[in-house]
Structure formats: structure tokens, C-alpha cells
Design a binder for this molecule. Structure first.
Ligand code: 5GP
Length: 211
């Protein structure tokens, strides 16, 4: 399969990620990227660890108390970011569980890949007023997952210090929606366009830290 490659290499961490996306990613359509071999099904722990380091580098000027993500694909990058930042990580749960007996903070999220609405929930024991939260997720498409996680933070008066995304599909409107609200969004790889057999990255300034 021939792939046209258009990119401008960024930091070393992002280089590894972009290389992996180009080598193993599959554009299933003009809007869906499959990266099951290293992010969404099988996970590459070395690459995940590099992502954690890169999130730490980008948010090193912020005080962060906790990383918040959503099950299941946010957990890998989320826990690596939390490890590097030396803070706990919480993942919002999508499925009810008999062990989830605490008072829950909830939000409704429409899933881009499953095409269904889910109630996501976090125990009020683990997040609260004054907490400074870094939200992490694997993909940013229309921003529904990130907005749901922000809603949970707002419900308990926690502060969202930023959002870290592994792969932002810049041709969808999630990034604009979140940035319009004044939230800092840092994406390790930004995709400009997908078509069958072709993945095009947004060109980025070398070493750029802020958007
Ligand atoms: P959003 O909520 O921003 O519309 O979509 C983000 C969520 O949908 C992520 O949590 C991710 O799991 C999933 N997602 C969105 N687009 C893609 C994609 O192109 N590929 C994969 N594998 N997951 C995606």
C-alpha cells in the first residue's frame, strides 16, 4: 500500500508516534483511523511511556493534582502521564459495576466510534473541589469525550488545567470547540486529512510547545 507522507518532524517523542502511525495506522475512511496495533487493542508500552514523558514536558509549568481519562483507550496514555507527573490517574467508567457504590459524578457522552450515548461516571471520593486536573485521551474527534470529562470536573469545582491528546483529527471540530472555551489542548500528533491509504499530518513548528 502506498502512502503519501507529508510531515514536519517535531520532538523526538512525536517522531516515534508519527512513524508508528504511518507504518501501522490504517485510514478506514476519511474520518476513522485504526491504530489497534499499538494504541487501541495491543499497546506498545515503550511508546506509551514516551507519550507520558511528552505530556509531562508540555504541562511542566502547570500544577497538576490528578490525571483524568476515560475507559478504555485513554487508560494507557493517561497512566503514563500520571506516572511521569507523579500523581494518581482516574478513569471515568462507562459501564455500571457492582463495586461502584460511592456517590457518582456523571456526564453523558456520545461515542464517536460506537455511535451511542453513554453515561460516564467518576466516584466523588477521587475528585473534588480545588483539584487541578489534566485530562488525557487517545483521540480527539468532535470533542464529546473531553467535554464530558470537563463537565465532571466543573460539577465538583475542580479546575481543568489542560487536555492532552495522543492523536487529534484536526479536520473535525473538537479541537476548535475546546480551544474556543479557553482550554489549553496539546496534541502529540495532529492529522490534517485521512483518505484510504493516506495519512496527512498538520505541519508544525519545530519544538512548538503552545498552540
Ligand atoms: P470525540 O469524543 O472527540 O468525538 O471522539 C473521541 C473518542 O472517540 C476517543 O475517546 C476515541 O476512543 C474515539 N475515536 C474518535 N475518533 C477515532 C478514530 O479515528 N479512531 C479510533 N480508534 N478512535 C477514535
Amino acid at each position: 500500500m502506498s502512502e503519501k507522507i507529508m510531515m514536519n518532524w517535531g520532538s523526538i517523542h512525536m517522531q516515534l508516534l508519527k512513524k508508528k502511525i504511518l507504518e501501522e495506522g490504517q485510514a478506514l475512511s476519511e474520518s476513522i483511523l485504526k491504530v489497534d496495533s499499538f494504541l487501541n487493542h495491543r499497546m506498545d508500552p515503550v511508546l506509551m511511556h514516551e507519550m507520558g514523558k511528552e505530556f509531562k514536558r508540555r504541562f511542566q509549568d502547570e500544577k497538576i493534582d490528578v490525571v483524568l481519562t476515560i475507559e478504555s483507550s485513554g487508560i494507557g496514555p493517561g497512566v503514563m502521564a500520571a506516572l511521569e507527573l507523579s500523581v494518581p490517574m482516574i478513569f471515568a467508567r462507562k459501564r455500571k459495576s457492582v463495586t461502584l457504590t460511592d456517590d457518582l459524578i456523571t456526564a453523558n457522552v456520545y461515542s464517536f466510534t460506537k455511535k451511542e450515548a453513554n453515561e460516564i461516571a467518576v466516584s466523588n471520593k477521587f475528585i473534588g473541589s480545588g483539584d487541578r486536573v489534566l485530562i488525557i485521551d487517545d483521540f480527539l474527534a468532535n470533542g464529546q469525550a473531553a467535554l464530558g470529562l470537563m463537565e465532571i470536573c466543573h460539577k465538583v469545582n475542580a479546575t481543568v488545567v489542560g487536555i492532552g491528546i495522543v492523536i487529534e483529527k484536526a479536520f473535525q471540530d473538537g479541537g476548535a470547540k475546546l480551544r474556543e472555551q479557553g482550554v489549553r489542548v496539546e496534541s502529540l500528533a495532529k492529522i490534517e486529512a485521512l483518505s484510504l491509504g493516506e495519512i496527512t499530518f498538520v505541519e508544525e513548528r519545530e519544538g512548538a510547545i503552545h498552540e
